[in-house]
Design a protein around this ligand. Sequence first.
Ligand code: NOJ
Length: 536
Amino acid sequence: MKPHSPAWLDTAVFYQVYPQSFADSNGDGIGDLPGLISKLPYLKSLGVTAIWLNPIFESPFGDAGYDIADFRKVAARYGTNADAIKLFKEAHKLGLKVVLDLVAGHTSDQHPWFQSAATDPKSPYRDYFIFTGDEPQKPMFGDSTPKTADGEHFVANFLPFQPALSYGYHQPDPAKPWQLPAEHPACLKVRTELRDVMKFWLDLGCDGFRVDMASSLIRGGEASAELARLWQGFRAWFDRDYPEAVLVAEWSNPTQAINAGFHIDFMIHFGETAYTHLVGSPNELQGKRRIPHVFFERSGEGDIRLFLDNYLKHYTATAGHGFISLPTGNHDFQRPRRGRDLADLRVLYAMLFTMPGTPFLYYGDEIGMRNIDGLPEKEGSMWRTGNRTPMQWDASAPNLGFSTAPKKSLYLPVDPAKDAPTVSAQLADKSSLLQFTRTLIALRKKHPALGNAAAFRPLYAEAGRYPFVYERSDTSGRFAIAINPGEPARSVELADFKGAKLVLAEGAKLTGTTLSLTGVSFAILQLKDVRTASTD
Ligand code: NOJ
């Protein structure tokens, strides 16, 4: 039976809030839930329909809250559980959904389960984690191999202080008795715990979860049947008990994630390439350059096929079953850095907000917040500090309106540039990036043929050539979108353009069936409803 998909996902546009950096209501220098609640009308005015909040739970904050010490309690710095409930209610009043972050693969080493398991071999929580005796285990990041105070090694999921929860191994090695199969009762118990955590928040009114490192749960089995079965089980439970709630994967392999039951998966800075060939290689997104050229650069030397071939593979495998998201950014990689000229961002957003799947707008990207370089590491941020700086609300208020705290107590410094973009300035400027982003979101909403579920087909996508032109369509209409991020002017002739109307464009002119594009330009065209063979 085909899984149920909540109807709201067909028109969903998400806004990602990094809670510690969004809005500080109590002047302690850290963003909080009441601050976010006060900004809901702003989010509504952007046209987004849902919010994804990074973890807001009790934590020692060794990894900015991705190391959870209590899955059921809001961290004091963000407020209380009552504030979370209020957030759900106030958001719902405005028609906005709220999705929380589910850190399914690990806890903090300060979590009572781990504290008990690490100090008492007879602890009921012993099998929630993977102790490996004297066999060291390398974590994904960090130099040390994790050990308990008694010198026992254990498996960590990301940094050494994030002990992996034990959901089982794909093909356990009989020589390693600590590798339990996924169906082992201890592993099934951990699954039940995870379900209970989800139930706790769903019953308080949240609308689903973005699942952190969703493919990490079955060890050694990213593509395994055990992993797919695990998530399919949760999806079946959602479909039955919480049919309006969503599961968003951090997997970066939509074919696998959607097959495993997720409604949405990102293509981002790791995993399957696509995003990386559009805006930056994994290394570039982490501050270093690797791929010589990406499509969104002024040299015009990128290659759209590098993005498209892999994207299409996943699009074709998932269309009608789930959604792919190409976000504007997120808290794990650099904000798109394209000089001071926001024209580059406008062209990038013209594409991201007219592609199929679910748009995710990272906080501050709507005003073109810059990546701030050279900041010291904060709470395990590693290369990710400069894309987590405070939201810039208003140049005339202290700390750009983020917080009334003294500068030295801010979670991270605000952009010190004199011309740091702000919401208030851009609200007052009709030609701003903020207004443009709003226009794109409104256009997507107005025309279902540009929406999440409408069809996608490349019309002009030649290796090493610009522009990239693609079609979006459904029974209500047909659009072509032409994207030219390169500096050189380009023109393209397509029979599909005959009788078309430019609905939104910058630097574009249509003469007959020829579309002329200046450097760094785009066009969104409404096509006549006749389909003819393409030329050029
Ligand atoms: C992915 C999250 O997005 C990232 O911020 C975090 O550090 C790791 N998972 C570990 O939870």
